[in-house]
Design a protein around this ligand. Structure first.
Ligand code: ARG
Ligand code: ZN
Length: 851
């Protein structure tokens, strides 16, 4: 169903719903094309609401019958819902609707995936299942009956009756409709148990399709670890007798935290050493934790309206990042998060899609499940914790859980618990929620040798955007430490609280001028400009006690070296390479950290830096510079890399833990570089001998990049033809490792492959997500990358608007590039926008990008 005139919804228009819902009873008679849904819902007037209009959302439903207190009624039905005359006293609404799960390719509401029924209701999918006040502040207790010829019939809460082709479920916890879920199919359970801190026994099941049983063990361990961690660290206990997870092959996102019945994209939960990489394992562990943690931050305390999305998402991402830091290496996790933040969130915050962590308006809420809401939302919580301290943070969280349990809450509620527990005024801090844009922070130093005093002056400025035309100064917690000339730390980390547009801080009692290590741990999500000399950066790279800033010093040196290669054709900076070599050989540093040191800033990151300094990025020149720098690294480090490869090769049986995966990250970074100077034998040998996907896939990538991967690609395909998730990697890798002038053609050729099932979001993204991420390929001067992506977005939009709209962000940085490229992109944007019946999702994204 399409809206001709998309409506804009505003935070400032919030009104509570006119009715309260005490109970919901749903009965599903499952059928692929004609599922019947009966609802019986008790309504009474909401004393806190002025407006008593009885409006129920509903989209794409065939209304069979409707009754109030048992008497037939004739509601007024539109494309978005219905209204009806209702009594002043409490009443029961009953309706029967028919829906078509098999025809539901948008994967929102009740749909079918590989023969199983499943649901995705967040944010506004429940209205595609039945008529209901589909808004998060309407919470109710649900009882669900499912009839259908399937061995497994699941819904939220606890089972109350199970029979042949029949099941009844009751969820005692009031919840908004977006947390409703239903699953039915021929599924196999991988089961376990967990005893909570108060002694409650919880049955745990991970349901998968037959054939995937061998990929459940890791996810189950991650679930138990998450349950334990949330008890230990946040004092949060699970609250039902049962916790179910289901793996689904067709899913728009990673996963969904439905109460007691989490539904996962199979790529985000199924794992085995043979089929999953170390990165997959780490991501799966984090997503399982994320969805589980939502049980408290999201479900027990939910959001009043969708503008408050960061209330649950920012906090839950923050919590899952703490979990990963505790389970694995904290510095490695932090560096990975910052790389990700810079590449996805900064790009968003500095382009036409910029919006505050708490947006103030939207047309399609699905377009706001963004890096800004999630990742910047998590950064904001990290800053809050840094400002108030760990102990106050814990107290504030305890109060939050105690006060708001069972509520649909707001950011105001959230900040208030911090103000009350700490006595702080968070008025200015709240700008982190209301202002779009990444603050630029300039640091200048003044050294007074006579007094032994160093003064740091911070000037902050956020570039204006459509969302925030006049940004005001924000509260910036800037962690700073000082490193003496001998490399020792002369001042430990101190958090400076910058609140003014310009503000100075002094450090005294210093014998000699130190090197300032600023923004340690990336304590605020800002772009820092600190004009250190090359020697000072080399000093930090050699000595900084803050692992993040030590890495950052190397990163900045790498960026500067690459920029002068791009702009002036200079050879890579030899001093940086020498210093890097010392770090690489330092066996006191963990391998995963050294692997990160070997990484270079991404192409898009370099394009952004060039744009920032007033240059027009040339994607081909960026590609050449990165390639020649890698060649130079390979040549210069060959001996060290060969040594690292031998020294850190893992002989023990495969474990996906931090230690082993760190070693593999380092040896594979070494192997990949060595392929540039020593030919492909090492990669081929690794490929042939691999007994796990990490080793196999990284060897394959090196082979394909070196142009010697044809046989390995064919062997890989023959081996993994029947494994969807592994084949996604095969599709994606060919695009990501293609030469820039071949990337679009490779993607095009892959779309002709018999297994290119473009209606499956994972497969579509494997090809087109990889193309969009291939900077030099996507932005190839011919414009063929733009055109191919546009062709396929036009094709996918009527089938799956959500996945289409997400991929539109590939175009968000288009104004950075030269006039020729801009013109080519503009043609494609306009071509998509002119498509008749274009979805609200894609229309909103492209109109914002096009602005
Ligand atoms: N709440 C889910 C999560 O963070 C994501 C759901 C996204 N849904 C959507 N329609 N955009 O885990
Ligand atoms: Zn989430």
């Amino acid at each position: 169903m399409r809206d001709a005139t998309p409506q804009t919804i505003y935070l400032s228009d919030y009104q509570p719903f006119g009715y309260l819902v005490d109970e919901v009873a749903l009965t599903f008679d499952l059928d692929p094309h004609k599922t019947r849904v009966k609802s019986r819902i008790s309504f009474r007037r909401n004393p806190e609401a002025e407006d008593g209009e009885f409006f129920l959302h509903g989209e794409g439903l065939k209304l069979i019958s409707a009754q109030i207190d048992g008497k037939p009624v004739t509601p007024k039905v539109t494309a978005s819902g219905l209204t009806c005359d209702v009594p002043d006293t409490p009443f029961f609404w009953e309706a029967e609707v028919e829906i078509d799960p098999k025809g539901n390719t948008a994967l929102e509401g009740l749909y079918m995936s590989n023969g199983m029924y499943c649901t995705q209701c967040e944010a506004e999918g429940f209205r595609k299942i039945t008529y209901y006040p589909d808004r998060p502040d309407v919470m109710s207790v649900f009882t669900v009956t499912i009839n259908g010829p399937h061995p497994v019939l699941l819904s939220n809460g606890n089972p109350v009756a199970q029979g042949q082709n029949h099941a009844e479920w009751h969820d005692p916890w009031p919840k908004p409709a977006y947390l409703f879920a239903l699953v039915a199919g021929d599924l196999i359970a991988h089961s376990d148990r967990f005893t909570t801190m108060s002694g409650r026994e919880v049955d745990l099941n991970l349901y998968v399709r037959p054939g995937d049983e061998g990929k459940c063990a890791f996810g189950m361990e991650a679930l138990k670890a998450s349950m334990k961690w949330d008890e230990d660290v946040y004092g949060r206990e699970y609250d039902l007798d049962l916790f179910n997870i289901v793996a689904v092959d067709d899913f728009n996102m990673g996963a969904m935290e439905n109460k007691g019945l989490n539904i996962f994209n199979s790529a985000a939960v199924l794992a085995s050493p043979e089929t999953s990489t170390d990165d997959n394992f780490e991501r799966i562990e984090a997503i399982i934790a994320h969805e589980y943690f939502h049980n408290w931050t999201g479900n027990r305390i939910t959001c009043r309206d969708w503008f408050q999305l960061c209330l649950k998402e920012g906090l839950t991402v923050y919590r899952d990042s703490q979990f990963t830091s505790d389970m694995r290496s904290a510095p490695v996790k932090r560096i990975g998060d910052v790389i990700d933040l810079r590449s996805r969130q900064f790009a968003e915050d500095q382009g036409p899609l910029a919006h505050p962590v708490r947006p103030e308006s939207f047309q399609e809420i699905n377009n706001f499940y963004t890096a800004t809401v999630y990742e910047k939302g998590a950064e904001v919580i990290g800053m809050l914790k840094t400002l108030v301290g760990d102990e106050a943070y814990s107290k504030a969280l305890d109060l939050y859980f105690e006060r708001h349990d069972g509520d649909a809450a707001t950011i105001e509620d959230w900040l208030k618990v911090f103000e009350e527990t700490t006595g702080r005024d968070l008025t200015q801090f709240k700008r982190w929620y209301s202002q779009a844009g990444t603050p630029r922070v300039d640091v200048t130093e003044a050294w007074d040798a006579g007094k032994g005093m160093l003064t740091l002056t911070f000037a902050q400025h956020t570039p204006p955007s459509t969302a925030t035309p006049k940004p005001a100064p924000q509260v910036l917690p800037i962690a700073v430490g000082l490193i003496g000339p001998d490399g020792s730390e002369v001042a430990p980390t101190r958090v400076l609280e910058v609140t003014e547009a310009e503000q100075s801080f002094t450090f005294d009692g210093l014998d000699e001028r130190p090197v300032a290590s600023v923004l340690r741990g990336f304590s605020a999500p800002v772009v820092l400009k600190h004009d250190l000399s090359k020697d000072e950066r080399l000093h930090l790279l050699a000595h900084d006690s803050d692992a993040f800033n030590r890495w950052e010093a190397g990163r900045t040196l790498a960026r500067q070296s690459l920029l002068s290669t791009i702009l002036h054709g200079s050879a890579p900076d030899a001093d940086w390479l020498d210093a890097l070599q010392v770090v690489l050989s330092d066996e006191t540093l963990e391998p995963a950290y050294r692997a990160l040191m070997l990484g270079l800033p991404g192409h898009a990151d370099l394009a952004s830096t060039l744009h920032d300094t007033g240059e027009t990025p040339d994607p081909a020149a960026i590609h050449r510079a990165v390639e020649s720098t890698r060649d130079a690294m390979a040549a210069r480090f060959a001996e060290v890399l060969g040594d690292l490869y031998t020294r850190h090769t893992v002989d023990a049986p495969y474990r996906p833990d931090a230690e082993q995966s760190g070693k593999r990250a380092l040896t594979n970074a070494a192997m990949s570089l060595l392929t540039r100077v020593q030919g492909a034998d090492r990669a081929q040998a690794q490929f042939d001998g691999a007994d796990n996907m990490t080793q196999q896939l990284s060897a394959l990538a090196a082979l394909v990049r070196s142009g010697q991967g044809d046989k390995a690609l064919a062997d890989f395909e023959a081996q993994w033809r029947n494994d969807r998730l592994v084949m996604d990697k095969w599709f994606g890798l060919q695009v990501s490792q293609a030469k820039p002038d071949e990337a679009a053609a490779v993607a095009q050729r892959l779309t002709e492959h018999a297994d290119f099932n473009w209606k499956n979001p994972n497969r579509f993204r494997a090809v087109f997500g990889s193309l969009a991420m291939h900077h030099a390929g996507f932005h190839h001067e011919s414009g063929k990358g733009y055109k191919l992506l546009a062709d396929w977005l036009i094709k996918l939009d009527p089938v799956n608007p959500q996945t289409t709209a997400r991929l539109c962000s590939a175009f968000q940085t288009w104004r950075r590039y030269d006039v020729d490229r801009q013109k080519k992109i503009e043609v494609e944007l306009d071509r998509i926008l002119a498509t008749p019946g274009l979805s609200r999702d894609t229309t909103e994204m492209l109109s914002r990008i096009r602005e």
